[in-house]
Design a protein around this ligand. Sequence first.
Ligand code: GLA
Length: 406
Amino acid sequence: MENSIIQNLLKKQEEIFLKKFIVGNKKKEKFYKEHGVINILSPGRVNIIGEHTDYNLGLSINTAINKYIFITGYENKTDYVEVFSKYLNDSNKFSLDNITFDKNTSWINYIKGVLKEYIQHGHKIGGFSIVVDSNLPIGAGISSSASLEVGVAKFIEELFNLKVDKKETVKYCNSAENNFVGVNCGFMDQFSVAYGKKNHVIYLNFKDLSYEYIPFDLEDNLILIINSKEERNLANTEYNKRRKECNDAVQLISKITKDKNIKSLSDISLDLLYELEDKIPEKLFRRVKHVVTENNRVLLSKEYLLKGDIEKLGQVLFESHNSLRYDYEVSTEKLDYLVDKMSKIKGVYGARLMGAGFGGSVISIVKKSKIDSITDIIGGKFFKKFNVSPDFIECLFSDGTRRVKF
Ligand code: GLA
């Protein structure tokens, strides 16, 4: 089923590619032979648990999902990169000799940033032409940007035969987003996209990017993403504020304890935190509490996953949401409303806001057989209250970014 859906999408993608670059089907075989056309499938990601832990060198459980960006293209033997985005119905062309930030076309910067990273690291790349399409909604908090970055990285690695370790790919893409695009995100998104594995989730330690795959066969269940459609306007500023608060807390705690081994909030235990409660400003205390308890929730979730206890895992998701809401303060009225209503519906194991917060999506684990009633109830209630229909995205776990044939 899943394979035939992908095949159909790829057929569509091939048609767009042929129309754009080859003019018709006739010359296809000859063109493919001469140019070695490459096709990449790059997934989005979900984060099951472990929010705002990546830049605190903590833990999370995340993975890739079966919603994708498609990249198809070939080496054009010029110094130019030519991109047609079917999804956005927009084109762009730039020279590899002069890669500069584009103030007017934000999406192209993800591609430019990745190419710049590879060039700066001494990789030899030439011009190419690509078509990009997607069934991965932009702005829903399922990492279309990381998917595009890792997809483009994989495309040039295949096209120019670059030998790059997968962890390096993740680092280049993350650096492109931090340093070229200007979004100060952690490693979670790019890692999930690159390392996803069908029917598994990734237990990831951000201290050294070590990871384990944990089997998670959804069987009669589904991951349901609910996109509140609330724009994450504040996300960037507030995200950076949280990062700064975390750094300040590390400085303060290592100063009070005179312990030089405390280098991140993930080096602090809950016991130590409570011992220091009177010595830390109340707001900082809550920020640290979220990170420390969230790491503990990841450990607990790992245990439940290994035992196959989805009910208990779901409860941990609700607890994570409360911590993000009250201690880390990154939730919104709409996200709280969704999680609250979900918690009262039969067939919902757990739900919580996903990603940076301040809008975007809620992730939930639900019974497949109840999906229609869940979406009806939530869709209806949410519309009545906010006059907006949320989007529902059903997903399964998928392999990471990969090369595929038409
Ligand atoms: C955003 C960032 C991630 C991570 C999450 C919060 O999605 O891109 O790196 O920090 O927020 O967990």
